[in-house]
Unconditional design. Structure first.
Length: 332
């Protein structure tokens, strides 16, 4: 029996899961957090969701957006939603893996051939099935995947023209085993650090390089301290909007519809807006931002990424292997 079978779309599944809850929710305040700076891709999603959720609910929902880790960091936010102490949060996918290991299939290096492939997966049957499985296992709702971007690489030691230039480089990575193993395969020396510790580690030289979504390098002003930029595109990332069971249970039927519609449309808006911005941001980083870039050979990186993919697909169990197979099949 296949692991990834046809399921209702995520929005319909969530609506059905919540049917029967009280229809007398009244006015509801939703606190929505994210850990990145104002102006980041997180802000594009969160601010648009706030606008649309309040509009579509006729003002019965009041979304309070809390940027910059005001609620808490990403490493803690998912567990807090499980406990019901945080309503909603935007969290990058790789930080979900400790709570739901199947997410690592999307973290694998070069797992998507291009952006069209990524959106076919996430906006199609595979992404819908994944959201259902995540809710069944954790009680947390994935409301929208939003924009899919690349983690661009930057460092203070040397330009990257080939994989050998990465040898021994002290690279900050999130506390995600796939990412640790990938940079090890690249020949670097990965150092796992929480996001909150990363800017200081870069400034003090505790680490010599890192990767982030393109917009983060600009919004965090890493171009001021990191001289070398590489559009390595080794990891694809997305940062879904998640919601706790507790906050969804507070909503009446009309409010749930408003939230689901707002999340879906905010995700599409973020996708369009950030796709437009990426080329502009990269041009800024190597222009006005003063970073240096160089032509590089990606072939060794891709081969190393394939080795990591194959290793994880073989060792992570039937569900993980099935998800990797489904992602690969959607490339055709």
């Amino acid at each position: 029996m296949p692991i990834f079978k046809s399921l209702p779309v995520a929005a319909s599944a969530l609506a059905l899961a919540l049917t029967g809850q009280s229809a007398m929710a009244g006015d509801v305040v939703i606190n929505l957090g994210y850990a990145a700076a104002e102006g980041s891709t997180y802000a594009v999603l969160a601010d648009k969701f706030e606008e649309l959720a309040e509009e579509y609910s006729g003002g019965t929902i009041d979304v309070k957006v809390r940027c910059c880790g005001q609620l808490m960091g990403e490493d803690e936010a998912f567990k807090a939603m499980q406990l019901g102490t945080v309503d909603m949060h935007v969290i990058t996918g790789n930080n979900i893996s400790p709570h739901f290991p199947l997410m690592d299939a999307f973290v694998l290096p070069y797992i998507f051939e291009d952006k069209d492939h990524a959106y076919r997966v996430l906006e199609g049957e595979v992404g819908q099935d994944f959201a259902d499985q995540l809710h069944a296992a954790t009680g947390v709702y994935l409301l929208t995947y939003g924009f899919v971007g690349d983690r661009d690489f930057y460092n203070s030691r040397n330009p990257i023209t080939k994989m050998a230039d990465m040898a021994g480089l002290k690279v900050r990575v999130p506390k995600n085993q796939v990412m640790i193993d990938t940079f090890t395969e690249f020949g670097a020396a990965p150092i796992p650090l929480p996001w909150a510790d990363t800017p200081t580690a870069l400034q003090t030289g505790t680490v010599e390089g890192a990767d982030n979504g393109t917009s983060f390098i600009k919004s965090q002003k890493f171009y001021e301290i990191m001289p070398y930029f590489t559009a390595l595109e080794h990891f694809t990332y997305f940062s879904p909007l998640f919601a706790s069971q507790r906050i969804m249970d507070k909503l009446d039927d009309d409010q749930r519809d408003a939230v689901m519609r707002a999340a879906r449309e905010a995700g599409m808006y973020q996708k369009e807006e950030m796709t437009r911005q990426v080329d502009e941001i990269r041009a800024f980083l190597v222009g006005e931002g003063g970073m240096t870039t160089a032509e590089f050979d990606r072939s060794d990186f891709i081969a190393a990424g394939q080795r990591v993919q194959d290793s994880y697909a073989a060792d992570k169990g039937e569900a993980f292997t099935a998800l990797v197979s489904a992602i690969r099949a959607a490339a055709n």
